[in-house]
Design a protein around this ligand. Sequence first.
Ligand SMILES: [Zn+2]
Length: 178
Amino acid sequence: MNKFAEEIREVVFETSSLSLSNPKALREITRQDLLQRLSDASAEEQEKELNTIIEENSSLFDQLNEANAEIAKLRSKNLSLNSQLSERPQVEVADDSEAEVVHIPAAAGELRFYKKISKNGGADRLVVTRECNHKSWDIAPKAIQAQKGIKKLEGRDDWRTLQHCGGCTNGGRWRVQW
Ligand SMILES: [Zn+2]
């Protein structure tokens, strides 16, 4: 009984959101208490006492099962939240300091670099950024989301060339010749 009560307490402490509905019954189930009650009682009372204990035991067992189920649920929720966190795209913090506060539209003939910072519906959210150190620019014919993002940022889509860096990670970098 004591071990059982201890297990229940541990479960309750582990799961602070749970509370037992009958802590009084828990406190009463101690070995001394039990032995005292049984030795003092008549046969009839002993049987009654035993029935009560069996009921309490069964009820506590149910509560333990519920608590364990709740813990399993919380653990799996925790796992899923953690994996969602690690799947979030990492933003290059150092580069973000260079992100412009007020956007100045691109001029004709200008060569601009853009960096994807997030996704916004069907378009990428881009900011003007510096050139990277890679030398792997290639024409990206299927860059629909980036094209939409650049059009949204600059208000036009009449660039001469649009290239994608094969070396940049974390969303990618674009080179646009206006
Ligand atoms: Zn690059």
